[in-house]
Structure formats: C-alpha cells, structure tokens
Write a protein that binds this ligand. Structure first.
Ligand SMILES: Cc1ncc(COP(=O)(O)O)c(C=O)c1O
Length: 364
C-alpha cells in the first residue's frame, strides 16, 4: 500500500478516557457525528432479543434486513449488500472494481483515498474552496470526469459531505453520475449522512444507472456505531462480486436485528429529523456569535467551523479535551486550513456547554 494518506477520525472516546483519567460517561463526544437522540428504542429492544441467538452464526445473507431495505426503497432485495459498517464496503469496492485512477471531491472523508491506495490505485482530488463555503464545484468535477487524459475509472462523492456539511441536490448528482457512467466510470455516492437530507438522495436511481453505487450506514442517523453495520445499493452482479471478497459472517446478528428494527421505526426517525432541524440552526447561531468564528452551512448533524486567527484547531481541541469535550480537529484534512474543526450537534445542554467552553478559550 502506498503511504501518505493520513488517518485521523473522531469518536475515540476510549483513548480520551484513558488519557484524561475519566470515565466514559464524563466525556461529551462532539467529534463523532451520531444522532444525539440515540438509537431507536425498538433497536435497543431488538439487541436484547438477539442475545438469545448469539449461540448461532449470523445469517450470512442478511435476508431480513435486505428485505426490509427493499421495502423501504421499493427496489429488489438483490440490489442491497450489507457490510460491517459502510467502511468495510468502502474498502471492498476499489478491489472488486479494480480501480486504478479515481476522482474524489474534497475536502472529504479520508477513507476513500486510503481504500484506493490499498488497492494500488491513485486518487485525484477536485477541491471545493473556502470562498465558496466548500460547496462542491460541480462544473469542474464534470469536466475532470470527461477529460480523456485523466482516464478516471471511478468517482467518489460524499453527499451530504463530511466534514464540510455541504449538500448537492439530487438532479445535479444525477447529471454527474450520467456523465461519469458515459465515460465508463463507476460512481460511488456516499450517503452516510443521507437521512438528514432525504430530498438529495440519488439511491432510487441505481435502477437506471448500472454504474451507480450508493453507500449508507446505520452508524450516524440510526446511532449504532459500535454495532458496525452499513449497506451498499447497486447492481446485482457487482454486489455478488463484492460478497465473494467479503469475509464470512462479517455482519453479526445483533447488528442485523438492531438495524432492521431501527429502519422500521418511522416515529424515531421523524423525531430525530425534527430535532436536528431545530437544534442545528440554534447551535450554528450561538457559535457564529463567538468573536472571529465562522460557521459553514450544513445539511447534516454537524457543523464545520473556522476558528479566529489566533487559535489553531489543534490547540483548541486539546484545551477542550482537558474539559472532557472532544471535537474533531480537521487541520489534517487536505483542503482545510489549520483553524478548521468539526463539531457534532448534540443535546441542547451539551451544546451550550460547548459554546461556553469555546467562549472561555477565546477570552484567554
Ligand atoms: C462520510 C463517511 N462515510 C463513511 C463512514 C464510515 O462509517 P461506518 O463504517 O461506521 O458506516 C464515515 C464515518 O465516519 C463517514 O464520515
């Protein structure tokens, strides 16, 4: 594997607890963007019910969950493949598709680049700019996809994008997917945060475009990060190829049961969305009132911030960590500057605590 792709994620509460000599429940994790309302109560019930079945191997075909996804999306079950988190699928894709040269629209999630490097491929970046509030330059991406000289065989596009929060509407993503497909390139749209922005999803279009693949996860909106479960929607033949490369029993039964129950809990989903639509603008306003802090528009359950010139992301993250608050230092993400951080939108009291802690730091 080629070296050089930095790996840095949020969400390592165990390390933070060890280093800060705190209990896990004394840490507020703004660094991983998980639904602050937590998982559906039905998912928790399902976890308990599945415990009686842990003496058996899990269903290797994830039959019930794929059926439920088929109902949810009105597509056949063979259009879905389940993975040990969407991360497993991100890593299987470049190997199964023999990706040599991929295009990624950044600044974005680092694992696409790593996965392509693991498969001995090369990643080319088209970057969204700070001046455009990190809104992806769709025209530029379209031109790059069509440039014969670049000879791109896959396009990675995260929508809504992490860590910037930007979103591109479905018709524009579709246009891009059509262009890329015409060039013979695969289009991998990561909709891991897609539940927060349902109108922007391109998933139903997989039936129309044979080179379109859409990734989803039960980690973020469904708040099941520790269970490791996500899915890919795409053409049946490719999914079969991917499954041949997947380790056996990759997706455990507790995760399958919880995901199924979570998917079927429309009430919790509605409440989660309504909560985010109220709380995200509220937190954005409070943060924007802090002197010198810029808040970028977000369609997901997190906000990208730029700190004032005197305060680096690293110093800020370290200082907040001492208070038991974890935020994501984004300074290592190519295309973002050293003052950029990402914070999850959490419960109102937790968000107030974050704003107060940041205000304190800025007064120093
Ligand atoms: C954009 C994006 N895609 C995929 C993932 C992987 O999520 P999981 O493997 O938990 O499904 C993450 C996790 O941080 C992410 O931010």
């Amino acid at each position: 594997m080629k070296a050089g792709v930095l790996r840095s994620h949020g969400g390592n509460v165990y390390e933070a607890a060890r280093q800060g000599r705190r209990r896990l429940d004394q840490i507020v994790d703004f660094s991983a963007s998980i639904n602050p309302l937590g998982p559906s109560p039905r998912a928790i019930q399902a976890v308990r019910a599945e415990l009686s079945r842990i003496v058996h191997y899990p269903d290797p075909d994830c039959t019930e969950l794929r059926k439920a996804l088929a109902d949810h999306w009105r597509l056949p079950p063979n259009r879905f493949m389940i993975g040990n988190g969407s991360s497993e699928l991100i890593y299987l894709l470049p190997l199964a598709l023999s990706i040599r040269r991929a295009l990624v629209v950044g600044p974005t999630f680092s694992e696409y680049e790593r996965a392509v490097a693991v498969a001995e491929g090369r990643m080319i970046r088209v970057q969204a700019g700070r001046r455009e509030q990190y809104q992806p330059p769709i025209g530029k991406v379209a031109r790059a996809v069509q440039r014969d000289r670049l000879n791109v065989d896959a396009l990675f596009f995260c929508n809504p994008n992490s860590p910037t929060g930007s979103v591109v509407q479905a018709d524009e993503v579709l246009e891009l997917a059509v262009l890329a497909s015409r060039q013979g390139a695969w289009v991998i749209v990561d909709e891991t945060f897609g539940e927060y922005c349902n109108q922007a999803t391109i998933l139903p279009q997989i039936a129309r475009l044979p080179r379109l693949l859409v990734l989803r996860s039960f980690t973020k909106f469904y708040a099941l990060p520790a269970l490791r479960i996500g899915y890919l929607a795409g053409p049946e033949t490719l999914l079969r190829n991917l499954r041949d490369r997947q380790p056996p029993w990759s997706v455990n039964q507790v995760a399958q049961g919880a995901a199924l129950a979570a998917l079927q809990d429309a009430t919790h989903a509605r409440q989660s969305l309504a909560f985010m639509e109220r709380e995200r603008p509220r937190l954005a306003r409070s943060l924007a009132r802090l002197p010198g802090v810029a808040v970028f528009p977000s369609a997901a359950n997190f906000l990208l911030l730029e700190l004032p010139s005197g305060l680096s992301a690293a110093v800020c993250a370290k200082a907040l960590r001492r208070q038991g608050l974890l935020i994501r230092d984004c300074s290592s993400v190519p295309g973002l500057n050293r003052r950029t951080v990402r914070v999850a939108v959490k419960l109102p009291g937790q968000n107030r605590r974050l704003v107060a802690a940041l205000a304190g730091l800025l007064r120093r």
